[in-house]
Design a protein around this ligand. Structure first.
Ligand SMILES: C[S@@+](CC[C@H](N)C(=O)[O-])C[C@H]1O[C@@H](n2cnc3c(N)ncnc32)[C@H](O)[C@@H]1O
Length: 325
């Protein structure tokens, strides 16, 4: 049997937790907050792609450079006839580098919460890699999900680029890594990208670009709430704020109300003081040592680390599999 047959049927869709319930709970909380996973509807995913092209946004350029320069070394860590599972695949641009270098990957499973964007990208991926089996999975990676049945017998490699792990609180990052270990199974390798602590003079412009694309990305969250939850946010009365919180080594993104106002969301009234913000994203920055310690505590041991000083790509192995090596 040719196991590299193109498989076009998408996997069953896992419903993300209720957008309405999460938004209303976050807007009722003090301080107000909404999870960054809700940035990513079709418009939000397209805006994120524009961010990756911005001159100020160094993480994508750094990570692409590290992956391109080290693709054969990364691919050499993959087991024979494996499945590559990417968490938060977006455009799959980075996976393409690994897929081009790793002939051992039989099956690619891009997992993303942004279903429409994922399906668009998968169509192109199948044209570009006609012999690869591709099983897109619309799922929330903060929850446990069942990988597609056809990869049940294959060893698995996880891929989590984009420093998306930095969007978690550190204890949530550890929880994600443990969950990924359970999904990937024994002998798994996990390759991930981590943004590193650095001079705020480099960090801050990356989230405050001159063209205002990151502001549009942040404000699209309110536009999405208007579209999907019948809300009446006036986008002209909210500002994008991004600043470095040195104490917590994280960039914080907020949407700040420029005036006192009342907004209706899903039939409920939400009030804002002038200057009050909705906290929409954290992007934690790690030292390599701190991230390796976090991974270790979550059951993963570093196999190899590639870094340009600004960004790190780490290959991790399940800690139990590295014992005695
Ligand atoms: C920062 S972008 C990174 C995209 C791409 N991997 C890259 O490196 O350029 C985060 C990606 O993860 C997806 N995502 C965010 N939260 C998610 C969640 N809870 N479950 C599944 N996908 C999620 C988004 O839709 C988006 O494609």
């Amino acid at each position: 049997m040719n196991v590299r047959t193109v498989v076009r049927a998408p996997q069953p869709i896992e419903e993300p937790s209720s957008f309405a319930a999460d938004v209303l709970a976050g807007l009722a909380a003090k301080p107000k907050h909404i999870s960054p996973k809700y940035f990513y509807d079709l418009a939000g995913s397209a805006l994120f792609e524009r961010i990756t092209e911005l001159p100020e946004y160094y993480p994508t350029r750094c990570e692409l450079g590290l992956l391109q320069d080290n693709a054969p070394a990364i691919a050499s860590l993959f087991p024979a006839r494996c499945a590559l599972i990417e968490f938060g695949a977006g455009s799959s641009r980075k996976a393409r580098i690994l897929l081009g270098a790793a002939a051992t990957v039989e099956t690619y499973v891009p997992v993303d919460i942004s279903g429409d964007f994922l399906q668009q990208d998968v169509a192109q991926l199948r044209r570009d890699f006609p012999h690869l089996a591709v099983y897109p999975l619309v799922a929330d990676f903060t929850k446990t999900f069942e990988p597609p049945a056809p990869i049940a017998a294959l060893p698995r490699v996880g891929f989590f680029p984009g420093s998306t792990i930095g969007n978690f609180e550190p204890h949530e990052a550890a929880k994600f890594l443990r969950n990924a270990g359970a999904i990937l199974g024994a002998n798994a390798v996990l390759v991930l990208g981590v943004d590193l602590v650095k001079d705020p003079a480099i960090l801050c412009p990356a989230y405050n670009d001159a063209e205002g694309v990151t502001a549009k990305f942040n404000l699209n969250l309110l536009a999405r709430i208007n579209r999907e939850l019948g809300a009446d946010f006036d986008l002209g009365t909210f500002e994008h704020h991004a600043c470095y919180n040195r104490e917590h080594s994280r960039i914080e993104m907020h949407l700040a109300s420029t005036r006192r106002q009342k907004v209706r969301v899903n039939g409920k009234a939400v009030t804002f003081r002038a200057g009050e913000t909705i906290h929409t994203e954290n992007s934690y920055k790690y030292t390599l040592e701190a991230f390796e310690a976090l991974a270790h505590g979550a059951g993963w041991s570093p196999l190899k680390v590639w870094s340009d000083g600004l960004f790190g790509v780490l290959a991790l192995a399940r800690a139990d599999e590295t014992k005695g090596n």
